[in-house]
Write a protein that binds this ligand. Structure first.
Ligand code: KG4
Ligand code: ZN
Length: 330
């Protein structure tokens, strides 16, 4: 059994995962509401809240798995990337938990967690495969050959796809984080009502979303407040269409170029209804099998972190006592 801890952003998470990839428990204490009133995550508040919540979340995860720390073989923890203060809370707690039982510790790359989320559960994806990770903080395509390693094929040069959804949602008056609300509003709109740019920089597999929110800003301004509100559903649907078009364009290119026939989509944006529907259609068209993990494995969670540790050689006690969190992972 592997005990996982994840505190890279604003969710306090712990989970227990077995060696075979089955998830015994997966506990997330979301701080979403705490940060919503500021319109974004406030790092200092996040760190302090992790500190308050983590003990109880770990206890919950162990209890939910009907186990105790005595049965854990390894403690896995997100080392980065993320908010440094938030990461430090998790890393310090994991070191203490592991050291108390002289257990080994696995420092996990948060992004590997998202990339490999589909290797968990009872229908795991097998390498080699293509992974699209689209979250509030990251958007990239990776080729997975030998987990936990992965090769980044392309990434966003500016905003993440989730960030594009959140900024669009804010411009449409939908609050923060607004991706899901924009998705719902878009359901009643015409995706071809407005023409938004699809920026596909360079001839590689990179993304760019920052021009899109500027285009929406100008469009809302041109329409004026009341007209923009009246056309909200059309604006949302057209904006969503542009984000998803860019993602799908790169997915298609990457699947062809890499000649892969297995695809996994993860990160919070994998909850988007249009992305799910059209990725499914693309997979059918290309004869590719698609994995979209359940939403609790797409958004930040500790099961995916414990999952990565299955593929790692952990650091034996006491070698990890000087381990530090890193805001960026090299
Ligand atoms: O993976 P996640 O928890 O983000 C990070 O921690 O980085 O995902 C959150 C992101 C937010 O940007 C949110 O607006 C977006 O995922 N999101 C969605 C949907 N549900 C969540 N974006 C578009 N459509 C959705 N249905
Ligand atoms: Zn994440």
């Amino acid at each position: 059994m592997i005990l996982g801890v994840e505190t890279s952003c604003d969710d306090t998470c712990a989970a227990v995962v077995a060696r075979d990839g089955s998830i015994r428990s997966n506990v997330v204490a979301s701080q979403g509401l705490l940060h919503a009133r500021y319109g974004g995550v406030v790092p200092e508040i996040a760190s302090r809240r992790h500190l308050e919540l983590l003990d109880a979340v770990v206890a919950d995860a162990l209890e939910g798995a009907d186990t105790t720390l005595d049965d854990a073989e390894v403690v896995a923890v997100t080392r980065g990337p993320g908010l440094i203060g938030a990461l430090l809370v998790g890393v310090s707690a994991a070191k203490a938990l592991a050291a108390a039982r002289r257990l080994p510790l696995a420092p996990v790359d948060h992004l590997a967690g998202h990339v490999l989320a589909s290797t968990l559960g009872d229908d795991p994806i097998e390498p080699p495969f293509l992974a699209l990770v689209a979250s509030g903080g990251h958007t990239f395509l990776a080729r997975v050959g030998q987990p936990p390693d992965y090769e980044v094929l392309g990434r966003t040069l500016d905003d993440a796809a989730g960030e594009a959804f959140d900024k669009g949602a804010r411009l449409l008056g939908l609050g923060y984080p607004g991706g899901a609300a924009l998705d719902r509003l878009a359901a009643g709109g015409d995706p071809e009502a407005f023409d938004f740019p699809r920026s596909l920089p360079g001839d590689g597999l990179d993304f760019s979303f920052s021009g899109l929110k500027t285009a929406l800003l100008y469009r809302v301004r041109d329409l004026g407040e009341s007209e923009a509100e009246r056309r909200g559903a059309d604006l949302a649907a057209s904006y969503q269409r542009a984000v998803v078009d860019s993602l799908l364009h790169r997915l298609r290119q990457a699947l062809r170029r890499e000649r892969l026939d297995r695809l996994s989509i993860g990160g919070g944006v994998a909850a988007n209804s249009e992305l799910r529907r059209r990725a499914g259609a693309l997979a059918d068209e290309l004869g590719v099998r698609l994995w979209v993990p359940p939403i609790e494995l797409c958004t930040d969670n500790a099961a995916m972190i414990a999952g990565v540790a299955r593929f790692m050689e952990p650091i034996a006690y006491p070698g990890y006592l000087s381990l530090d969190a890193t805001a960026r992972v090299a």
